[in-house]
Design a protein around this ligand. Structure first.
Ligand code: GUN
Ligand code: ZN
Length: 407
């Protein structure tokens, strides 16, 4: 722990300014002041009177960005055997009902956010249960744990025992947005209609209006499973899933659309025009046998994408495992997946001062164990090493939040 406001970290640095331009720099001295990177020097240039910590042979990388997960499903991760809709009924809704009890919520949030941080996630977009007041509890835990988070409680009119009047949801949300959104560059609010099947057209439209008026994020699910899509088209008399959201004004350039496995060609054009982000959740898609997102083709069409752990359909918050699974699904080069999990994720969240090791950026890092081999081989080591975690430290805003003495 280095308590001073100004200090140096000496390490190797890996970051990903573009999808296909990984950057590996050895022996950097990063000057950190008041939570930001304020200079990059050679180690021998560090002034002797300023505290410095030499992390070598470890590497510094921008902290991981997880743009779709459910902290409230932490305790029901890995419940195998059912497809999406029966899985929600059997495991997820009963567990989320328990969050009426805010002391239960606090316990689970402590476990979930600590877990994320330990795996090197420094920015997360999380969906909570349908109880508006869990958001305040979650942000208080995030505040203590130290990450950055974009959170929203899910808007649900069904099942009935989650329902609440739309007017009440709006007034709750407005109060919370005024208090939390943008606070300390760390707490952000998302309007989160859970998915089309949990809301009426009026509820979706109210959510869309609110997001536009307040300029906050939208976070939802789309086109994850064929039975889900069939039911959406039937209920909303729509010709596509994305049309349902577009009618409600929910497709914005701050919208995270989880899954999107079955988006049709003309829907992809619409999503591109609206500049919404499709969040690829490869572990969850395989876990529920939902299908596989043709992510490279989305990328080729110019659609903004990011990565998400989607716990509890995904069985881990660990973004290195999400990268691993994405690699197995499509064999994209690892550096491109690291881009998505760092700089790409930050840009998808419109946070342009996050995700690079550069002067003027927030000092949000994961520190990874060094190893033998070329630099691209190191990426493999970090992703496929099974026996022990390569994460040895995590810093947000220039503060160590997790740190192994052995660094
Ligand atoms: N669709 C609506 N709710 C959920 C959820 O909690 N998890 C997943 N994977 N899909 C959803
Ligand atoms: Zn999800």
């Amino acid at each position: 722990m280095i308590p001073s406001e100004r200090f140096f970290l000496i390490a190797h640095a890996a970051d990903f300014p573009e999808p296909d331009a990984p950057r590996f720099r050895r022996d950097l001295a990063l000057e950190v002041r008041n939570g930001k990177i304020t200079g990059l020097l050679r180690p021998e240039q560090v002034p002797p009177d300023i505290p410095a910590m030499d992390l070598r042979p470890a590497w510094i990388m921008p902290g991981f960005v997880d743009l779709h997960t459910h902290p409230v499903q932490h305790r029901v991760r890995g419940r195998a055997g059912l497809p999406l809709l029966p899985w929600l009924e059997r495991y997820v809704f009963p567990e989320e009902k328990r969050f009426e009890d805010l002391s239960y919520a606090e316990i689970v949030f402590r476990e979930a956010f600590a877990r994320m941080l330990g795996h090197g996630t420094t920015l997360v977009a999380g969906l909570l249960s349908a109880h508006p007041d869990v958001l305040d509890v979650a942000f208080e835990v995030v505040k203590e744990t130290g990450l950055r988070a974009i959170l929203g409680w899910v808007w649900m009119e069904e099942p009935e025992d989650f329902a609440r009047p739309v007017e009440e949801m709006i007034s709750f949300a407005r109060r919370q947005i005024a208090f939390w959104h943008g606070r300390e560059d760390r707490f952000f609010f998302a309007v989160a209609p859970r998915f089309a099947l949990s809301c009426s057209p009026g509820c979706l439209a109210a959510a869309g209006n609110l997001a536009r008026e307040e300029g906050v994020f939208v976070h939802t699910h789309i086109s994850e499973n064929p039975d889900e899509i069939r039911e959406v088209l039937r209920r909303f008399h729509a010709s596509s899933y994305s049309e349902v959201y577009d009618r409600a004004g929910l497709l914005t350039d701050r919208t995270f659309l989880a899954h999107g496995v079955y988006l049709w060609a003309r829907e992809l054009d619409l999503v591109r025009e609206r500049r919404s982000v499709v969040v690829h959740c490869p572990t969850a898609n395989d876990f529920l046998h939902s299908g596989r997102l043709p992510r490279q083709s989305l990328r080729a069409r110019g659609i903004r994408t990011a990565l998400g752990s989607d716990v509890g359909a995904g069985w881990t918050f660990n973004m290195l495992h999400v990268i691993r699974h994405a690699y197995l699904v499509e064999r994209e080069p690892l550096h491109r997946l690291f881009y998505d999990a760092t700089r790409g994720g930050a840009l998808a969240a419109s946070m342009d001062r996050l995700g690079l090791v550069e002067s003027g950026f927030f000092a949000d890092f994961v520190v990874l164990r060094g190893g033998e081999g070329t630099e691209e081989e190191l990426l493999s080591l970090w992703v496929f090493e099974e026996e022990r975690s390569p994460v040895v430290g995590v810093m947000v805003n220039g503060r160590w939040l997790a740190h192994e003495a052995a660094v």
